[in-house]
Design a protein around this ligand. Structure first.
Ligand SMILES: Cc1cc2nc3c(=O)[nH]c(=O)nc-3n(C[C@H](O)[C@H](O)[C@H](O)COP(=O)(O)OP(=O)(O)OC[C@H]3O[C@@H](n4cnc5c(N)ncnc54)[C@H](O)[C@@H]3O)c2cc1C
Length: 404
């Protein structure tokens, strides 16, 4: 039986190990952690969104990366939402459902059960789990097999292999408790490795005082549209103790001036009419009518009030204009340790369309360690498992070609 190694037990590595075990390979699965799927588990605490119902072409437009020759839609045509959901339902025995937001979730949103079932599936297929095993080095041999050297960082590395092929799915730079060691290993071996940049992360709000944050923190600005130089995105924004987070921020957030349509369901003329009607008889100043405008929640009211508290004489027309295009100033983004994902890592220029290394034949890469980025909403996990699948199929073709 051909022996292969997978390093990294996040969704990309787990999918590669699954597919190779289905194809009949003997698989050694290594990870530096003592557990399995650490980031998946963390993701589960906020709902674990495993995919969405976008078409391949819409999905593909969400992904940015640094190699125009790599065709992501070619990969998605081989393994996309249907195949992923079928795998979860049939092999992991977990029902999935489509939420109203067009995103897929697992039943009970219970990521611990999801991981446990995935581990049981892999164990039942004979996959050997090696935990507490950090990749220290790898060496392609003359017969094009690969030897690995792994151990806990403080121990003397142990040698594993030779393997017919190796898949590496070492993850990105976000939400880490310590610096990842693989970027320097690959840089030393001549790979182009780009610094990690926070993605899907909150931004500081500038120009607002502490009173605003005391009033609005942890309150949502429901169903608004954030407009920045990167585009527009509708959804709920969450005010935090430093600034804002949430889907619109993750999709189009960038440092600089931005606008928020606080009431997208009402047009400006209608809004003027509504504000005019509220409190006109009593001749209340337009700014004091804010709390009676339907759909304008506490956080949105606080934003308007604390931005314009020195301009209490705004006219109805001015106020309506601002509510439709509310000016904010986004400061810096939060650090990598708080980001859902990262850009940067191993340049996609280092791999071919089958995700095989151009530097070392027989070594394949996939998942967030590669320099691509996508917004949250299932795009991340789906792309990781697709790449895990593609790398596994490419490993199979590579090994078969060698054996002829
Ligand atoms: C708070 C949070 C919420 C999220 N929510 C969602 C969501 O709802 N939907 C979604 O699509 N995505 C979500 N994500 C992102 C998603 O979890 C990641 O994109 C995904 O886990 C990346 O998968 P991966 O397999 O590429 O890498 P990872 O899951 O990061 O796995 C990489 C593995 O490689 C191991 N490793 C690294 N270096 C070495 C080494 N030198 N030797 C051995 N092992 C090593 C690590 O220990 C790790 O287990 C979320 C992330 C976070 C942090």
């Amino acid at each position: 039986m051909n022996k292969v190694a997978i390093i990294g037990n996040g969704p990309a590595g787990l999918m590669a190990a699954s597919q190779l075990s289905i194809l009949g390979y003997s698989v050694d699965l290594f990870d530096q952690n003592s557990g399995v799927g650490r980031k998946l588990l963390i993701a589960g605490s906020s709902g674990l969104n495993i995919g969405n119902d976008d078409s391949i072409s819409r999905f593909n437009k969400m992904i940015l990366h640094d190699n125009p020759l790599i065709d992501f839609s070619f990969m998605f045509q081989k393994f996309f939402t249907n195949e992923w959901l079928e795998f979860i339902n049939q092999q992991l025995k977990i029902p999935t459902f489509l939420g109203t937001s067009g995103r897929y979730f697992i039943e009970d949103m219970n990521s611990a059960r999801f991981i446990q079932n995935w581990v049981s599936f892999l164990e039942s297929r004979g996959v050997n789990f090696h935990k507490n095993s950090t990749l220290q080095d790898f060496e392609p041999l003359l017969d094009s097999t690969i030897k690995l050297s792994l151990s806990l960082p403080t121990e003397i590395p142990k040698s594993f292999g030779p393997y017919a092929a190796v898949g590496m799915f070492l993850g990105g730079g976000s939400w880490q408790t310590h610096t990842l060691s693989w970027p320097s290993l690959f840089a030393l071996k001549g790979y182009k490795v780009l610094p990690f940049i926070s993605q899907n992360v909150g931004f500081h709000l500038e120009g607002l005082d502490a009173k605003f944050f005391i009033e609005a923190q942890f309150q949502p600005i429901k169903d608004c549209i954030l407009k920045t130089s990167l585009g527009e995105k509708r959804g709920d924004i969450l005010v935090t103790d430093y600034g804002i987070e949430g889907t619109p921020v993750y999709h189009v957030g960038t440092t600089g001036s931005a606008l928020i349509d606080l009431l997208p369901q009402i047009d400006e003329l209608e809004l003027i009419e509504i504000i005019n009607k509220l409190g006109k008889k009593e001749n209340i100043k337009p700014m004091r009518r804010l709390k009676n405008i339907r759909g304008l929640g506490l956080a949105a009211q606080a934003l308007v009030f604390h931005t314009f508290k020195n301009q209490t004489n705004l006219s109805v027309e001015q106020l309506a204009k601002y509510l439709k295009n509310f000016p904010i100033q986004l400061g810096v983004s939060r650090p990598l340790s708080e980001a859902i994902s990262s850009a940067g890592g191993l340049s996609l220029l280092a791999v071919d369309n089958n995700l095989m290394s151009k530097h070392h034949r027989g070594i394949f890469f996939g998942g967030e360690m590669l320099n691509w980025t996508a917004p949250t909403g299932g795009y991340l996990i789906q792309t990781c498992v697709t790449q895990g699948y593609i790398a596994a199929m490419s490993i199979n073709s590579f090994v078969k070609r060698k054996n002829i």
